[in-house]
Design a protein around this ligand. Structure first.
Ligand SMILES: [Zn+2]
Length: 143
């Protein structure tokens, strides 16, 4: 049964909130790294761009009719047609390969997407585990 748009909006906001939660602390840390001469400004800006991109656009939920998927336009439509919800795009292994390749070919700043992606995946795992527990409790009450 498809979730109502209200539920999807709620999930999106939860993932967005949790993905962005540590960002002020990260900005302070990156500023200290720049100020201390440990890093150039360009990769530090790219980390933040990658972080925001993987919180708002390229998220595991691009495999369902979600706000991030709609933001991808025709690419989001193609991804939805080719994949099932909570399969490949919610696989920690898939994202490990994705970040390994992007780290290797683009640079270390691509690791800025790691936190929002894995936060999303584990929040989904915990949420579905809690929902299953509720179902088990309901079954025990009934029988
Ligand atoms: Zn998800």
């Amino acid at each position: 049964m498809p979730a109502s748009p209200m539920v999807k909006m709620s999930n999106y906001d939860t993932h967005k909130f949790l993905g962005l939660l540590p960002l002020p602390l990260v900005v302070v840390f990156l500023w200290m790294a720049y100020d201390g001469g440990f890093a150039e400004i360009e990769p530090l800006i790219l980390i933040l761009v990658w972080w925001l991109l993987h919180t708002l656009v390229i998220t595991p939920d691009i495999d369902t009719l979600s706000i991030p998927s709609k933001r991808l336009g025709p690419l989001g439509w193609i991804i939805r047609k080719l994949s099932k919800h909570r399969k490949t795009w919610h696989s920690p292994l898939f994202w490990a390969v994705y970040f390994g390749l992007s780290y290797n070919y683009l640079g270390w700043w691509t690791l800025g997407g790691v936190f929002p992606i894995y936060c999303h995946i584990y929040v989904d795992i915990i949420t579905s585990w809690l929902n299953r527990r509720k179902i088990i409790k309901l079954l025990k009450k009934l029988f």
